[in-house]
Ligand binder design. Structure first.
Ligand code: NDP
Length: 252
């Protein structure tokens, strides 16, 4: 157990699958009371029950993160039911690759609405909690999931990559304001992780690329990301891992 974590309250967005679900579970195993945010209530309820059965504390909060009022209502609900959050894993995201010609179909807008706008909304909804937690002398963490895509030039990924570049830069900017107030702000940039991201919205070309890549590259697992988040929030509070690029060993 990481001693600094027990009793803290954590918010995890995108907690219904992939790295969000794995991270929520591992945080809960360390004694963090976790709020699980995503749209699919059934998955959130099942994870909350799993965590509770294992002796942890979890609150299922189904919502669409692109609904600003719903995010602020969720923040109020978390404060009432679990207490003031001091960990926010700002992680929900979608990847909908599209050629330039395909940009007419509005799929690009869904990526900006979630990966950019909802991520900023989430940070805004919880920033006062993080500042207050730090002002009381405790650790406070805002961790955002960007991607290695933030820096890569890949056909059909113009919008997705741009949303991730936004998140990396947004995080660095936030450090300038929140760091002096003792809130740690971190960004994680993973390479390939085996999650639903590669099947939910990906086009056939991307799915085929992933299947082929997975034959010679062992992808990261959601649990690998969870370990990194737990390590990051468990560090002494004067230490801020500001940017974490984590790759499968065989991915160039
Ligand atoms: P998943 O598809 O498993 O997780 C995405 C999560 O986002 C789900 O829990 C989904 O839940 C949630 N979500 C999607 N839309 C909304 C919405 N409108 N409102 C609320 N929640 C929403 O994929 P990953 O775990 O891979 O993705 C997590 C993050 O990691 C993303 O930001 C992704 O861009 C990033 N990433 C992924 C990589 C990979 O290789 N997998 C590599 C680098 C970065 P629900 O559908 O229930 O709403």
């Amino acid at each position: 157990l990481v001693p600094a974590l027990a009793g803290r309250v954590g918010v995890v967005t995108g907690a219904s699958s992939g790295m969000g679900a794995a991270t929520a579970e591992l945080l809960a195993a360390q004694g963090v009371k976790v709020a699980l945010l995503a749209r699919r209530a059934h998955e959130l309820d099942a994870l909350a029950e799993k965590i509770t059965t294992a002796g942890g504390t979890a609150l299922s909060v189904p919502l669409d993160l692109t609904d600003v009022a719903a995010v602020h209502a969720a923040a109020a609900q978390v404060r009432t039911r679990l207490g003031r959050p001091s960990i926010v894993f700002n992680n929900a995201g979608i990847m909908l690759p599209s050629s330039v010609e395909g940009l007419h179909d509005q799929r690009w807008r869904r990526q900006i609405d979630l990966n950019v706008t909802a991520a900023v909304t989430t940070a805004a909804a919880f920033v006062t909690d993080l500042v207050a937690a730090a002002a009381e002398g405790g650790p406070a963490d805002l961790i955002t999931t960007s991607s290695v895509a933030a820096k890569r030039i890949v056909p059909s990924f113009a919008v997705y990559s741009a949303t991730k570049a936004f998140l990396t830069h947004f995080t660095h900017q936030l450090r300038a304001e929140l760091g002096p107030r003792n809130v740690r702000v971190s960004v994680i940039e993973p390479g390939i992780v085996s999650t639903e991201l590669w099947s939910t919205g990906a086009d056939r070309t991307t799915q085929e690329w992933y299947a082929k890549a997975s034959e010679h590259i062992e992808p990261l697992r959601p649990a690998d990301i969870a370990e990194i988040v737990v390590y990051t929030v468990g560090l002494p509070k004067h230490v801020n891992l500001q940017q974490i690029a984590v790759m499968p060993t065989r991915q160039a």
